[in-house]
Design a protein around this ligand. Sequence first.
Ligand code: G3P
Length: 266
Amino acid sequence: MLLVNFKIYKNTFGDGALKLAEICRRVGEKTKVKIIPVVSALDLRRVKEKVGGEIWLQHLDLFFEGKFTGWVSPIAVILAGADGALINHSEHQIPFGRVRQILAYLKKKEWVEHWVEELKELGDYRSDIENFKLAFCVKTKGQVERRVKKMTPKPDFVAYEPPELIGGTVSVAEAEPEVIKRIVDLLPDYKIIVGAGVRNGDDVEKSLELGAKGVLVSSDVVLAKDPKKELTELAEAFAGKVKIQKSPVLDEVETRSGNFKNANQR
Ligand code: G3P
């Protein structure tokens, strides 16, 4: 999956958000790659209604309902149609305790039941809450070691983005392949997303080779003269790589021969 973080560039507000989300939808359909627009809270509902598909939010706050002026309530974003969100992006960090509370409120069974009950008068939101995805963003391998390993409940994804590479021309896979590999090894039960400085198909391919399951990108697409062209290059690289990794022919040969791998290793 490719996540396109719209951030808050002037060309990703309002109609700009719609236009870019529509490009994501079309490129996704053409390449058969899941491409998810990650939009601001202001554009969420409109993008969801007019473009549809899976849409994520760039940030969530803790408070769900009540006397909390101006906070981005996870429940309100679910009601507005969001399918997932980044939490603790390096450009919008929140205290770790708050991350854990958000995870508890959205992933613990008793809390899910609580919100389903609370929202009953507005409709049945069980599956929206249960399927809502959270990607916890980390900036360093140290954060993975200190924080993610102990997390319960777990986020659906861990997104690794070194802040110094964000918006630059050297990608995370190029600059820090060892760190990505290490994070993938440290967290065998997690789906890892990587991002920062992603500029071309090679960056996507390298990220997947290193074990990432998804790639986060922003400026390469969002600020491009031709966002469709840029996104198509990334999505094609993604599709090609996933196809190679999951080749049905290879799978079949492996299953039929049984010792295909051993034979090759000899
Ligand atoms: O969340 C994605 C973002 O921080 C990466 O930004 O501009 O380096 O692709 P960019």
